[in-house]
Unconditional design. Structure first.
Length: 371
């Protein structure tokens, strides 16, 4: 994410530099050489400070980068780079998980650009949609993605054809609109087919599809702190299939990232189960806590088994796939142990806990058939 912001910033910066040089040419005839030199020196200073802040952002030093961007805005309020600085400040806030504040910065970009920098507006709207996912506001995720669809010409085809419909499918699923969820899921599948036919070079095609599928399935902005258990599990069930397809492409860069992304989703659930451990001795409080833990464990096991059913096992399977499913099996066993632990130390039976648990749609409780 940060590298894409950085690359876009440098491209946009080149355009701003050209614009600045043109404006300097018009100033040369009307202002003194000293004034022109002062303006030129200031622009070079702004550009240097901006590049330094971008470097910090690319290194993941979000707090330092954010501080630098704010300092530039304070020192040079009339800089040509104002919108780009605000955009990257939003990226720094995203990195710090201050997604509500990131939304405000991206909205500033849209309002101040007012149609002048359409590609920057599209980029800001895309980042805004990620930030809305981060805060768990699915209605606004949908609204921003629908708006973004109209600006598809300013984004890569992988975003407009595949990522946007895939994320709309997941968002509508979380909003319990299965009709639209399925409709956009099919659009995403069709988009992938188009991308697949547009590229003839096998290596380039593999890299593009693996990267696109990674972004389609990414749950980096999803949090059990800002989302309900049901919404998180519904998203995971939809999105992990895209990540698995990315793994199956066996791309050297994106497939390992997709495999880790799948497992990190389950790490979040496991951490939440531990966080829900009852601290009270009151039986009612214990029952509620155990029920929440059971919801999480059952949902995770259901999604893990659902993912295993998507596996098309081959005789000469790439190592990354066999390794991933070995870790998935270990993760499933870990959650089964947690389910057993949850029922111990309480007078509640597993059956009683299950009756209290949420009935999660699509949950698979049977063991998957061996391939």
């Amino acid at each position: 994410m940060i590298r894409s912001i950085l690359i876009f910033s440098l491209v946009f910066l080149t355009g701003c530099s050209l614009f600045s040089r043109k404006r300097q040419g018009s100033l040369a005839g009307s202002e003194s050489a000293a004034t022109a030199a002062k303006i030129s020196a200031e622009k070079q200073q702004v550009q240097m400070e901006f590049n330094n802040a971008l470097a910090l952002l690319d290194l993941g030093k979000f707090s330092e980068a954010g501080r630098k961007f704010k300092q530039i805005l304070t020192k040079y309020p009339n800089t040509d780079l104002e919108l780009l600085i605000v955009y990257n400040l939003g990226g720094a806030l995203e990195g710090l998980k201050r997604c509500d504040r990131a939304v405000k910065r991206y909205r500033q970009v849209l309002q101040r650009s007012a149609g002048k920098f359409k590609k920057l507006e599209a980029k800001a709207l895309l980042r805004m949609s990620y930030s809305y996912e981060c805060v768990g506001d699915d209605a606004k995720v949908v609204a921003s993605l629908l708006d973004l669809q109209k600006r598809g010409s300013f984004l890569g085809k992988e975003v407009s054809l595949a990522e946007i419909p895939a994320r709309l499918a997941a968002a509508y699923s979380r909003l319990n609109n299965e009709y639209l969820a399925q409709s956009y899921f099919l659009k995403a599948q069709e988009g992938l087919k188009q991308l697949n036919t547009n590229f003839r070079t096998p290596g380039k095609k593999r890299e593009l599809l693996a990267r696109t599928l990674f972004h389609m399935g990414s749950m980096q902005k999803h949090s059990l702190e800002s989302m309900t258990t049901k919404s998180f599990l519904e998203s995971q069930k939809y999105l992990q299939n895209y990540l698995l397809m990315s793994v199956e492409l066996n791309d050297v860069r994106w497939s390992p990232r997709s495999a880790e992304e799948i497992l990190e989703g389950y790490d979040k659930i496991f951490a939440k189960i531990k966080q829900e451990e009852p601290s009270s001795t009151d039986e009612v409080d214990i029952r509620k806590a155990r029920t929440r833990q059971l919801n999480l464990a059952q949902g995770a096991i259901g999604n893990l088994r659902s993912l295993q059913l998507q596996r098309f096992q081959q005789r000469q399977e790439p190592v990354i796939i066999s390794s991933l499913f070995e870790r998935i099996k270990q993760t499933e066993q870990k959650f089964e142990v947690e389910m057993a632990r949850v029922t111990r130390g309480t007078n509640l039976t597993k059956e009683a806990l299950e009756r209290d648990a949420l009935k999660l749609p699509g949950r698979v409780l049977e063991s998957p058939k061996k391939q």
